[in-house]
Design a protein. Structure first.
Length: 578
């Protein structure tokens, strides 16, 4: 083997690893929406969890990526530890599809059909199609498809370059002696674990083993322990991802490690016993690419068959290794790991934005309640809710900006922008709740009393504000465009109410029925209540805009919507002043 062969091997390995990384990332982006759908259907059913893990991993071609996502889901509360265990086991089986794809390189035969099945024959076509799509495609989905094709072609070219570079190793005595040494099962398992831990991909390390097996110098006796060790090495990625996560996420990573160690130890013991007692001739025969794919699949299926019924025991073991703290742990609400799957990250942001909306709603309802009957307990609740919405805004805003800076699809980008605008409106609603509370406290401290007529008028306005808030939160929570379309006409009614109430109070002050001091508080209350309706209107516009793509909905809803006038008249009648 010459220095040029070594350089070709290094170049081929680099292309192989880069192509696998490129393809996996693009597959992960493309599958993001389906991942969200799968998570929505996730249950505690073992088989469903197992199939989900296997399916997702087969699609994104990386058990490490799937496991890291699972750690993130557990850390964010999207998945329980028990669900995670089943998915992790499925991921180990799903990753075997890669070895079968790579084994196509080992096809032998002179017929045209067999030659066309070889990746070296169709990879150039895929590369050409991928390059064309990448240059001319305008949508994110087509660019992802282009990246998938280019990534696959790159890894296959890399594999072919490695195969050509190592072909001369069959005549190198030192190489033969190396794999004779690996026939020691423990040494072989250690080698497989170290290689996979370094490159952080069991699929890639199996591919490298398949390339070396093409020399004919790797026996099944050497290959089997290496494959078992590769499953242990792939746990490094998940263990690293669990650093800084909550206890359940760390337990998920621990389960992944325990599952692979226990499976490897049990089946390595069986392998050693069979080899010592029966010494099957097949163990001494050279391994092939297909043979390694078969061993990889059978081993992972055997581990799953052994340990899937023992998911509860693995969960208890993880809880023993990582016990609960004496004090309750504060959960992390948004996890950086979810950024790798934008649709799932957006779903998490949406759920937290909804929690923020409910906080703003309760703050305003308690603030309005304090206008009618002041309560120190409710006042405390208003301020606590307002502080919480500030936390939500900071957390969600930072996270959504990070998410938007990644390569995400047009739809995901639009959803992120929509949420960024909404969190500002919900935060301002909570601010106005605090302002309402301050008006109530000022009235109490200064012994300001409103007339019975003013109280009645205020109750009409607060009733309308309460309804528009409820409609706003409901429309956002359920994606209810019918409710969203009711908000704009109600907002117009509230605008009219504010002007009417302002005029009436001025007349009462002129008649000496209300003091000037009460007038200032009254004006502040009207302003804050009316601005709450403005923010609700903004949220409704974002929701409808996201559906219709109309950037001037505030005006178009009033002028062109056939239902606007009838809804406006209905609300005007409902909140009619006596």
């Amino acid at each position: 083997m010459t220095i040029f062969d070594i350089l070709s091997l290094i170049g081929g390995l680099s292309l192989f690893l880069f192509g696998m990384h490129l393809m996996s990332d693009a597959l992960e982006r493309s599958a993001g929406g389906n991942l969200k759908h799968l998570l929505g259907k996730m249950t505690g059913n073992k088989c469903l969890g197992f199939l989900t893990g296997a399916g997702v991993t087969a699609v994104i071609q990386s058990s490490s990526a799937t496991t890291v996502m699972v750690v993130g889901f557990v850390n964010s509360g999207l998945m329980t530890l028990r669900q995670a265990i089943n998915v992790i086991m499925g991921a180990n089986v799903g990753t075997t599809i890669t070895s079968w794809i790579l084994s196509l390189s080992g096809i032998d035969g002179n017929s045209l059909f067999i030659q066309l099945l070889k990746p070296t024959s169709f990879s150039p076509v895929l590369a050409l199609v991928g390059a064309g799509l990448l240059m001319f495609a305008k949508t994110g989905k087509k660019k992802d498809l282009a990246t998938i094709l280019l990534g696959f072609a790159t890894l296959m070219f890399g594999m072919d370059a490695m195969s050509s570079a190592v072909s001369g190793l069959k005549d190198v005595p030192a190489f033969t002696q190396l794999f004779i040494a690996f026939q020691n099962p423990l040494l072989g398992m250690l080698a497989g674990a170290l290689l996979t831990a370094i490159i952080q991909s069991s699929s890639a390390s199996v591919g490298i083993l398949q390339v070396l097996a093409a020399t004919g110098q790797v026996s099944f006796q050497a290959a089997i322990p290496i494959i078992m060790g590769q499953n242990i090495g792939t746990c490094v990625t998940a263990m690293l991802s669990a650093i800084g996560a909550n206890k359940n996420a760390k337990r998920a990573a621990t389960v992944h490690l325990a599952f692979n160690i226990v499976g490897a130890v049990v089946w390595l013991t069986v392998f050693c016993i069979v080899n010592a007692v029966f010494a099957p001739a097949i163990f001494q025969t050279p391994a092939t690419m297909y043979g390694i794919a078969i061993v990889h699949t059978v081993f992972n299926l055997s581990c799953t068959a052994l340990l899937l019924p023992m998911g509860g025991l693995l969960e208890k073991l993880a809880c023993k290794i990582i016990p609960d703290a004496k004090t309750k742990e504060h959960s992390v609400k948004l996890d950086e790991r979810l950024l790798a799957t934008p649709p799932v990250a957006l779903e998490r942001c949406h759920s937290l934005t909804l929690a923020m909306a409910h906080k703003a709603l309760s703050a305003m309802q308690d603030g309005i309640s304090c206008l009618e009957s002041y309560s120190a307990e409710k006042a405390k609740a208003v301020r606590k809710a307002e502080e919480k919405t500030d936390e939500y805004e900071d957390m969600l805003g930072t996270y959504l900006i990070k998410l938007s800076s990644r390569q995400i699809g047009e739809q995901s980008s639009a959803e992120a922008a929509e949420l960024l605008k909404m969190i500002g409106d919900f935060e301002r609603i909570a601010d106005h709740a605090c302002n309402i509370l301050e008006s109530a406290e000022e009235m109490q401290s200064k012994k300001i009393a409103l007339s019975e007529q003013a109280k009645h008028e205020l109750s009409v306005l607060t009733g309308a504000v309460d309804e528009i808030l409820t409609l706003c939160v409901s429309a956002f929570e359920n994606g209810d465009l019918t409710a969203a379309n009711q908000i704009e006409p109600l907002e117009q009614v509230i605008d009219n109410l504010r002007e009417t109430l302002r005029t009436r109070h001025i007349l009462r002050m002129q008649q000496g029925k209300c003091s000037a001091e009460a007038g200032f508080v009254w004006e502040d209350m009207l302003i804050n209540l009316e601005r709450v309706s403005d923010h609700c209107s903004n949220v409704a516009v974002y929701l409808i805009e996201g559906k219709n793509g109309n950037l001037n909905l505030h005006n178009s809803l009033k002028k062109t919507s056939p239902d606007f006038q009838s809804a406006f008249e209905a609300f005007s009648e409902k909140y009619k002043l006596s």
